[in-house]
Design a protein around this ligand. Sequence first.
Ligand code: HEC
Length: 236
Amino acid sequence: MKKLIAALLFLPLTAIASEDVYLDHAPVNLSNYASIQRGARLFTNYCLSCHSADYMRYNRLEDVGLTPEQITSNFIFDPNKKVGDTMTIAMRPDDAKAWFGASPPDLTVEARARTPDWIYTYLRSFYVDSSRPTGWNNTVFDKVGMPNVLWSLQGKQALKKPGENGSKPEFEMAEAGKMSADQYDAAVGDLVNYLTFMSEPTKMKRMEVGVYVLAFLGLFFVLAYFLKKEFWKDIH
Ligand code: HEC
């Protein structure tokens, strides 16, 4: 019985480990609002054409220090949309499936579904592969239907050595992009920071409120303790 419980407890871990893909660590920092803003800009420019974020309202960006006017002029490109609307897109899933072989999933909670590390590594692991319909493949997601939409920034990588059994794959730059490797890593870091924020926009607020709740409980404990002592002092 004990063995069975232990096996069940560790089952999720073994399931993750058996994927055997090398993952870099994503530089997520939810208190860095400037980074989240830059990430939101990349997201609305490069991702929102194919992927939706149906559960994210544009005005949630006010939580990271933007005004409604800034959001409207810098992040909303569809004239029919208002700042209180959600990040839906016009592309139909069936069309997408016909074009890419798979429909691009909604990305609202992707950072929680896949982990920030996974997305961070994925977006930096596209390489040219002429055998694929899009011309792209990915070491984190083999035969992926998504092309490298950030190639103009990153450049075109070729795969030098595939990573076997969880080791880090090696790439070489076949055609340079607008950014250096460090700049591109930082940009993808911002993007993943934004995706993490979007998957739980109230996380920072929750942690802030949590501190007050715990402080209140601590104070209340002291009060309750002395009150109890007072009530019970004549009862023996
Ligand atoms: C040209 C359309 C297109 C654009 C633009 C695009 N994607 Fe994708 N994306 C796809 C498709 C199609 C898939 C599904 C791939 C598959 O299942 O083979 C996908 C899959 C993904 C996945 C993996 C989903 C999963 O869990 O299986 C992530 C993460 C992702 N995209 C992130 C992004 C980000 C971030 C951007 C913006 C930088 C972006 N995508 C821009 C088409 C696109």
